[in-house]
Each structure stands twice: as structure tokens, then as C-alpha cells.
Design a protein around this ligand. Sequence first.
Ligand code: SF4
Length: 366
Amino acid sequence: MPTAIPESLRDHATGPRIQVPQPPQWPALSEARKDTKKRRIAQLLAEQDAVLVAHYYTDADLQELAEETGGCVADSLEMARFGSASPANTLVVCGVRFMGETAKIINPEKRVLMPDLAATCSLDEGCPPDTFTDFCDRHPDRTVVVYANTGVRVKARADWVVTSSIALPVIEHLHRQGQKILWAPDKHLGRYIERMTGADMLLWQGTCVVHEEFKGFALEGVRRLHPDAAVLVHPESPADVVEQADVVGSTAQLIDAASRLPNPKLIVATDQGIFWKMRCSAPGKKLIAAPTAGIGATCESCAHCPWMAMNALQNLEQVLLTGDQEIHVDPEIRERAVRPIRRLLAFARDRHATAPPGVPVRARSE
Ligand code: SF4
């Protein structure tokens, strides 16, 4: 039976309150200036034997440029695999800090740059390594599984690292072996996996500031306005949003579902950065952002991650010119952090679990 976290433990399973930054206001670039900048960046990448590895939540210009220059646009699992397979000496990771750190952990011999090292993540920020280590030490009977959205020291304490595209099969695998799980940091994703697998999971109480803002009651209203729309939901969203989904999945799985489903309209509950890739893979479909605010609701992120928004053509060009904003990882911690990541990559390889395999499709309860 799933384990409800006792009230007495909650303090130990919760990180600090997160300060959400204001998204940066980049000066608008004319199309001509944008093209000039893109050509300059492409030239710098070639000169420096560098490749762009971009996440689906980053700005459309960055995603386009990554594809045009032989890089990749992907979810965090595929970003890690691409970085390893690429012969380039420098990986320029457009995304948030844990993605750059993961690239460095797997590829210590490569130079890993990011447009802005301050681009972090509420899940990472909300899981401080010392508090987390203390939490793990109190539960030595549990297998520690952490989401990729964590810092190096948290990964170093874990038995497994997973991404949202592969979390379900990993937990199913461990549950079949009779293992009890300590899960961190996203409580919504943890609860979703707990419900789907029946595994015994003790949950850290972190949240993603973007997905936390989706509102179940407001989504009901949007669905009534668009009865022919399918609802696509990332499982970092609250349970009352997930319950209304036709498809629950990782970013790559949602993009796949967008092209596969027959519906002419899609209501999408994840960061709106994904719309660029969804439009490429499902042209002609109407994409509707799931509501992040209703009557009396507050909205800190409005479906766009303020840390992902720190990546832009302007600071990408700058980092290629200066070489600062380089990721460094302590070699001793790296030695420990690489083990659970390698375990993940081996598991994915053995299962041929290249995203998107078998998108979990859930019928609505109505
Ligand atoms: S969208 Fe959420 S999980 Fe992703 S980087 Fe931003 S805060 Fe973290």
C-alpha cells in the first residue's frame, strides 16, 4: 500500500520556500538582427567544436538554431544521451542548471557551457542536499530515487536518477522487486507514479512552480468551451489536473501524442515553450494553453518557466565569446553522482526506452 507521509515527517521532507525570479525582459530583435545573431552563433559553434543541446521549454529561436546547427532539442533524458553521443568537445546546454550539470557529470572531459548559470529550477532549489541527506538517513530501508531536476549532491546520495519519460517503468521495476521507495523532489509526479504503480513511496514535498499553477477547476471550464479537444498533461501538475487528462506524459511523450491523436484541438498543461515543437510535429492543430489562474488564483509563472526564460540568443552569443558560465563539478561528488545516472541510461538502453514509448493514455472519469 502507498505510504502517506506522516505529519511529523513533513518538516523533514520540505525544502525552503522558493524565490521565483521575474522573467528577464530581453530587448526585442528585428528579424534581420535575429538572423545576423543566429549566423554569428552558428559560426562560433563551428569554430569552437561546440554543439547546442536545447530543452523544449526554451525560446523558439534557440530550439530552431539547435536543430539548424546539428544540435538537438529534447527532454532531459535525450539531452543527456545526445551530449554523450556527440563528438563535439563543447556542449552548450540551453536549459536549466541541473541539465548542464548532468551533461558535465556524464562527460567530464567535455567543456559544458550555459547561457546563464543562474538558471535553476524550483525543484532543485527546494531540495537542499543536507536536509535531503538527513531525510534519507532516517529511512535506510528505502531505495532512493530522485528526479533529474536535482543538484549534484542530491544525485550523489541517490540509488537511481530518473526523468519523467522513464520514471514509471523504473519504479514498476523496483516495486516488482519488493523495494520501498524514497522519492524526491516533485510530490505531484511522485503521487502520480504511486497511484499508477501501487509502489510504497515516501515523498519529498517539492513542486515545480510552473506546473503547480495549473488549476483543475479552471481546466474544466476550458474543456467545456472546447469539447472536441484532447487534454495533454505533464505529471508535475496537481492531481485534479492530471485526472482530466487524455494523455499524461513527459514533454517528448506529449509532443508525440499531439501528432498521433485525431483531435483538431489540444489543451496543453505544461510550459508553453513546448508549443514550438508541437506545432512542428502537429501542424494545423489548435493548441490551447491550460489555464494557470482562475477566480482568486495567483499566478507566479503563467506557464512559462522564469529560469528557462534566462536563455536567449543574446547571452548565448555572449557565452560563446567569453567562455564564462562554464559548469564545473567536484570530481569526488561527480564519481558518486554518475552511478545512479549510468543506472538510468543502462535501464533505458535495455528497455529500448527511447522516448516516447507507450504514452500512458488515461480515460477521463466522466
Ligand atoms: S519548468 Fe518547473 S521543473 Fe522545469 S525547470 Fe522550470 S521550475 Fe524546474
